[in-house]
Design a protein around this ligand. Sequence first.
Ligand code: HSE
Length: 433
Amino acid sequence: MKTAKVALFGLGTIGTGVAKILLQHANQIAHATGQPVELAKICDKDITTQRDLNLPPGLLTNDPDAIFSDPNISVAIELIGGLEPARSFVLRLLENGKNVITANKALLASHGAELFDAARKYKRTIAFEASVCGGIPILNALSTALQANTVQSINAIVNGTSNFILSKMENGKISYRDAVAQAQKLGYAEADPAMDVDGTDAVQKLTILAQLGFGAVVDWKAIPRIGIESVDALDFLYAKELGYRIKLLAVAVQSDGGLELHVSPTLVKADNPIARVQDAYNAVRIVGDSVGPVFFQGLGAGQLPTASAVVGDLIDTVLGRTAITFGALNLWNSGNSLIPIKSPAEFFGKSYLRLNVVDRPGVMCELSGILGKRNISIASMIQHEPVCETSGDSAVLFLTTHEVREGDLVQAILELEESSVVLGSIVRMRVQS
Ligand code: HSE
């Protein structure tokens, strides 16, 4: 019986997980694919560090050509991350007749059209389940079982690090800084967590979800993004007072023939299932016109959950399932979007604002004047009495708006920040009912 020979680029945390599953579940994988699947080569620039893994001798190399030029290798898994050399490696693999599996959301968000065009040119496939929400089979669901639907909306928690930090702030009543430190100590956040907390990771994943769900081709840098860095312990108290929890949501929603895409900390009604997703878990809620709402939850990061998605892709690739869906879906279709992407200024929605204002008569009047002239209607406003007389001459105001046009709100925030009544920057989040 023919053996499928597989190569792996990158023996970091996820690569080690993939190697573990391939070695430990070899019989189960052979059963699922109908043929033995052999991990034939692993390429990593570091071939000296001892890993938590018993690799057969001769597997590890630091020479990528040993994989590109090996005609017996039919599938390669790219887990090196980042844009280069990952992009060049994937192109070389396709050119050399190998199907590719990747977990690299940054690569797909930036070079999806180029890589998928190359795969079509060389009649190969790219599978990428692990690039969004790790172990949750969300791309598979969108590509197969949900194909009967016109997707109306996707609301998702796609960044486990941010969800962990927000959960700890809310439940432990601790500051953002302390929550980040806890996430780093437990291995949920990198030493530099910037890409997770500033929403970059989330918009890159949203770009991929929007391609699968809506055929949207969008530059991830153009998606409006607010990170969680400005969320304060106080926001959770006031959100709770209003019946909400705070989640970093990636949203894609069809309205008036166009697609709204954004990532932002969002006040979500406390009884919404997505509001109850805690710690490092991810979740995706999709509404399809036939199926209605469906909800997925699971671990979006970590060694074995992510490796589970990679090996699932490998099984599909070896079995030939990937080739069928890959051909039918025609993803990233030469960079053409199948749906218009709406300009952020034209989005409509509710927002939450936290403002530090001067505590003197007439401030509310000035504030509501700036909002009112742009047709921004206040839905709720909270100002509590200072805890003591020495609290100073400023007050913190929390307000939510009714549905407003984004362009008007952005202008109003700028004008408020320049006015003499607002001190410092305004913190803004979206509100979902
Ligand atoms: N850093 C990501 C997260 C996982 O925290 O969800 C990898 O995409």
